[in-house]
Design a protein around this ligand. Structure first.
Ligand code: C2E
Ligand code: CA
Ligand code: CA
Ligand code: CA
Length: 273
């Protein structure tokens, strides 16, 4: 509506008004959803690119709203951050994910997203540790995914948290690598274990010369820094073949599998990878 409403402030205002009403409504529904456990973890396979072996899953939050249907995570995560719900939401999700994953084979790990505001919470490390204790899920099977927005404000505070996670045996991944302004400064300043190459560089890579050069550069950088790499957004066999040629170690994307509910994992584990 905004784009087509040139000069029409009435339209614009109405739209903005409706949007903020929507947000307020979603925010109050979100509180109930967190309390009622209506927000659930889905799991997207992460696969070793050379052997197609399954190594684990990224945990992705899903909310089916009673009247609105699926609310996308980029909408409700932001609202959760603004309304102080992100902490409880995140820990409830992590607890559910760990309970499921504890029943899967030992060698499978899970990768869990922590948003910038969530990362800044004082008790984050203790809360994560508490969930691991309660669920009996091994810290060495958990990776925390953060983006550079979580850390650029203050590398020293970020380093303390990352060190505390690593002291517990948890791994740390830098998510959406290459999309921010300070990706390289982050790598230089903080002890990451893994990079996730943003899907904007991966999808269609076999036809995008710029992406090819960028991804191959990221891979040699990562190998020099002894970082593991996951390519996100592998959608086609061509994407996969190209990344195989570059010897990228791990991959994730619709070509392998979409994010699926926990109930489908046991079935997934029986199929060939
Ligand atoms: P992200 O961490 O970069 O997650 C990857 C997103 O890419 C997911 O979107 C996933 O469904 C999507 N994706 C995976 N493979 C493909 C592919 O081949 N093609 C395309 N086009 N997309 C693919 P989703 O689940 O909608 O999540 C969006 C963002 O919301 C996530 O981006 C993450 O930043 C945030 N998010 C999701 N779940 C959580 C959560 O539990 N906690 C926090 N803090 N953030 C979350
Ligand atoms: Ca992620
Ligand atoms: Ca990502
Ligand atoms: Ca993202």
């Amino acid at each position: 509506v905004k784009a087509g409403a040139r000069g029409s402030f009435a339209w614009y205002d109405e739209d903005a008004d409706r949007q903020s009403r929507d947000r307020a409504e979603i925010a109050s529904d979100l509180k109930h959803a967190v309390e009622n456990h209506d927000i659930v973890p889905f799991f997207q396979p992460i696969v070793r690119i050379d052997s197609s072996e399954l190594v684990g899953f990224e945990v992705l939050a899903r909310w089916t709203h009673p009247t609105r249907g699926n609310v996308p995570p980029f909408v409700f995560i932001e609202i959760a951050e603004d309304s102080g719900l992100i902490g409880p939401l995140g820990m409830a999700l992590l607890r559910k994910a760990c309970i499921h994953a504890a029943a899967w084979p030992e060698e499978l790990s899970i990768s869990f997203n922590i948003s910038p505001i969530q990362f800044r919470e004082g008790a984050l490390v203790e809360n994560v540790q508490k969930v691991l204790k309660e669920t009996g899920f091994k810290p060495s099977r958990l990776t925390i995914e953060i983006t550079e927005s979580s850390v650029i404000d203050d590398f020293e505070i970020a380093r303390k948290k990352i060190d505390a996670f690593k002291a517990l045996g948890i791994q740390i991944a830098l998510d959406d690598f290459g999309t921010g302004y300070s990706s390289l400064a982050c790598l230089r300043s903080l002890p990451f274990d893994r990079l996730k190459i943003d899907r904007s560089f991966v999808t269609d890579i076999s036809e995008q010369r710029q992406s090819q050069q960028i991804v191959s550069g990221i891979l040699s950088l990562a190998s020099g820094l002894e970082l593991d790499v996951t390519a996100e957004g592998i959608e086609t066999a061509d994407d996969l073949t190209y990344l195989q040629g570059l010897h990228c170690s791990l991959g994730q994307g619709y070509f392998f599998e979409k994010p699926v509910p926990a109930e489908q994992i046991s079935w997934l584990l029986e199929t060939e990878w």
